[in-house]
Design a protein around this ligand. Structure first.
Ligand SMILES: Nc1ncnc2c1ncn2[C@@H]1O[C@H](COP(=O)(O)OP(=O)(O)OP(=O)(O)O)[C@@H](O)[C@H]1O
Ligand SMILES: [Mg+2]
Length: 299
């Protein structure tokens, strides 16, 4: 077989994948509101807050997907008390319908996409696998009103591609100086990369006064960077009394301790977030996941 023939075949194939994908791309009206949950330092409470936020939005009637994109180290399901049977790599295997058992139902309005052990495979996708993965993610963008993405800590290239493309970022930090320094570093990188969305600050494991002070310092820091993004303080989250116990029992925190101090604070934060709707243009001009792919977010 000549090279010319093979080249023509490859071109035809990639055109058909492209046209299939463009047919399945979500339109502007169909697209979900996407939140990325990030932190500079590890262990600040991203997965806890991402899972709470997703649950709370679902309880308020939104149709929500919690996407655990801390590939290989995913653990947000522990806060929801579920055991996922599949991970995202299942979406690459066959041309299976994305609605199938890949997603873990948490309760009627909330599903969970586990990032479990997909990392190695996601680094080297063939064009067919790309087609499959994006098709599934486009489908999710159409059927969920909100997608909450729990990211790995830090400012690695993969995390950054998710962040830069996300119209709204939750930056979760603690009030200690190391965590604040790393949060500041993340803001700096976002400014350097000309991020133009909204960063919501959440001070976890902080009393309200201390949280306010720390948030003010970060906001001042961002002003000095001449950052092109908006930065908004959503509030602080108290030390939880029941979280460790709910993790030990493998039961959903919100069900066990709905009036825990951290749960009360997080409910206020979710409410504040929903009130932001309409002020900020949260819908992007293109499919979120397509943007992430183009920024190299899977490699
Ligand atoms: N408000 C809180 N009160 C008490 N414990 C908390 C609180 N927030 C988080 N934790 C605990 O802190 C630890 C880290 O939380 P979590 O896993 O959510 O952090 P993370 O930022 O997702 O970590 P990683 O960077 O490793 O992904 C967990 O043991 C969690 O139970
Ligand atoms: Mg985590």
């Amino acid at each position: 077989m000549s090279d010319k023939f093979l080249f023509a075949q490859a071109k035809l194939f990639s055109r058909s994948v492209d046209s299939q994908m463009s047919e399945s791309r979500p339109t502007l009206e169909e697209r979900s509101r996407v939140f990325c949950v990030a932190s500079g330092k590890g262990g600040t409470g991203k997965s806890f807050i991402a899972s709470f936020l997703a649950s709370q939005l679902a309880k308020e009637g939104k149709k929500v997907l919690l996407f655990d994109a801390d590939f290989g180290l995913s653990d947000a399901h522990l806060y929801l008390g579920v055991r996922p049977k599949h991970d995202i790599s299942a979406l690459l295997k066959d041309d299976l319908h994305p609605n199938s058992s890949v997603l873990e139902p948490v309760f009627p309005q909330l599903d969970y996409l586990y990032g479990g052990s997909g990392l190695a495979q996601l680094a080297q996708l063939s064009s067919i696998q790309w087609g499959r993965l994006l098709k599934a993610l486009f489908h999710y963008e159409k059927i969920y009103s909100h997608i909450v993405i729990d990211l790995a800590a830090g400012i690695g290239p993969q995390v950054l591609s998710y962040l830069i493309c996300s119209p709204e970022i939750f930056l979760v930090t603690n009030p200690d100086s190391l965590a604040l320094l790393d949060a500041y570093a993340l803001l700096k990188v976002l400014a350097q990369r000309k991020y133009e969305g909204t960063v919501y600050l959440v001070l976890n494991r902080a009393a309200s006064q201390r949280g306010e002070k720390a948030a003010y310092a970060l906001q001042r820091g961002a002003e000095k960077m001449n950052a092109g993004f908006k930065i908004s303080y959503l509030g602080s989250v108290s030390e939880s009394m029941g979280l460790a116990e709910s993790l030990k029992l493998g039961r959903p925190f919100l069900d066990l301790y709905p009036y825990d101090p951290a749960a009360i604070d997080l409910r206020k934060i979710s409410k504040k977030l929903l009130e932001e709707t309409g002020i900020i243009p949260f819908k992007s001009d293109m499919s979120y996941f397509l943007k992430v792919q183009r920024k190299g977010g899977w490699s």
